[in-house]
Design a protein around this ligand. Structure first.
Ligand SMILES: Cc1ncc(COP(=O)(O)O)c(C=O)c1O
Length: 381
């Protein structure tokens, strides 16, 4: 028992004194990732959900109809095509990439898990550029890696020099571009400079790239240490279906394939991935609508005293509460009481008093602005 207690992933330990057994789930040192869950209808007007960068601009009925078509040709008694093969073929055709360069996962999160299992487990030094998406830190800790933290510059640009100073100590670099939660896409030259100089693996999370200026997908053939990650949760509105993919050179994808579960992506998700890609023209229009809405929202926020929004290349906007006497956590709570959900990011480095808000439908964005103004007014009173 003593040996078991000393193990990192212990499942049980002796209870206090009595010799009874108590279950311990996982390792107490690894914080669980608790995603908040609110049960409400996405279409309802009175609850404005802008906290998780979901895509509520896409018409729910359009997606539901695709889902119905996806289900029509599926026999749930059968295992799905292994390793997301059906989706993989559709992705390969749509993006013009060789099939061996692609891995399909249950959302981008699962791909991060597979990558960390392959390249972090057992110990590795990973450069993470903060503030960024918190799941990178989670997986590095989960698999026993060491994080080498590099801060963004105060204007949210990459500190290329600092990253390169650490290059000899690290075997992996994770970048999120455009970055969540700052919203900006890093300069193409900076990312290229890192790819040219960093000899370890470079993972670039492009979860929001469809709303941005450029993609690094074109460099996968040039740099054999690059893994690009994509999701269908954002631009394609499939957060509930769990769909993502990784693109890299075939020797890296082969190492990942070896440790993946054979039937990881279910039949419906595979089919709907193929269907959304066939309907790209529709999605492209929705992406353009979101970008227009984002610019409208940014302009409105800029006009409000006590708020400083940051420019965004994504489907969300980071904003700082500059009004005296108000904190981002208080604003988040007050907005929540008024039926508007946003994400508080004020606890992260460089993001003192910052909130992150998704771009919703025009109506949702209007309600958000109105409620935010009310919260700011209340402080004055
Ligand atoms: C940067 C980034 N990467 C990955 C994800 C998760 O993507 P998925 O829903 O495909 O797991 C998110 C979700 O918010 C994200 O912001």
């Amino acid at each position: 028992m003593k040996v078991l207690m000393g193990m990192r992933n212990r499942f049980f330990q002796e209870g206090m004194g009595m010799g009874s057994k108590k279950f311990i789930h996982g390792d107490a040192k690894i914080p669980s990732y608790d995603a908040e869950y609110f049960n409400f209808k996405a279409e309802s007007e009175d609850f404005v959900k802008l906290d998780l960068n979901e895509n509520l601009v896409i018409d729910a009925n359009f997606i539901k109809n695709l889902l119905i078509s996806a289900c029509e040709n599926i026999d749930p008694r059968l295992y799905p095509p292994p390793r997301g093969m059906l989706a993989l073929k559709a992705i390969s055709k749509f993006y013009g990439l060789d099939e061996e360069m692609i891995i399909v996962g249950n959302g981008l999160d699962e791909l991060l898990d597979i990558i960390a299992k392959a390249f972090v487990k057992g110990g590795a030094n990973i450069i993470i550029v903060e503030p960024t998406f918190s799941m990178y830190d989670f997986f590095v800790r989960l698999y026993g890696g060491d994080k080498l933290e590099v801060l963004l510059k105060p204007d949210f640009t990459l500190d290329v020099e600092r990253i390169l100073e650490l290059r000899k100590k690290a075997s992996l670099l994770i970048l999120c571009s455009p970055n969540n939660p700052t919203g900006n896409q890093f300069k193409e030259e900076s990312v290229k400079a890192l790819l040219e100089e960093f000899k370890g693996l470079v993972v670039i999370d492009e979860a929001y790239v469809e709303f941005a200026k450029y993609s690094v997908l074109k460099w996968v053939k040039k740099f054999d240490n690059l893994i690009v990650l994509r999701t269908l949760s954002k631009a394609f509105g499939l957060a509930g279906m769990r769909a993502g993919f990784a693109v890299s050179n075939p020797s890296i994808t082969e190492s990942l394939r070896r440790i993946m579960l054979p039937f990881n992506v279910n039949s419906i998700t595979q089919k709907i991935i193929a269907l959304v890609l066939e309907n790209w023209v529709y999605f492209k229009k929705q992406i353009e609508r979101i970008i227009q809405e984002r610019e409208w929202l940014f302009k409105k926020l800029k006009e409000i005293n006590g708020i400083k929004p940051f420019p965004s290349d994504t489907n969300f906007i980071l904003l700082k509460i500059t009004k005296k006497g108000l904190t981002s956590s208080a604003v988040k709570e007050q907005l929540r009481e008024k039926g508007v959900l946003v994400k508080d990011r004020g606890m992260l480095p460089l993001l003192d008093n910052c909130l992150r808000v998704s771009v919703g439908t025009h109506r949702m964005n209007e309600i958000f602005i109105q409620k935010l103004e009310e919260v700011l007014e209340d402080v004055k009173a």
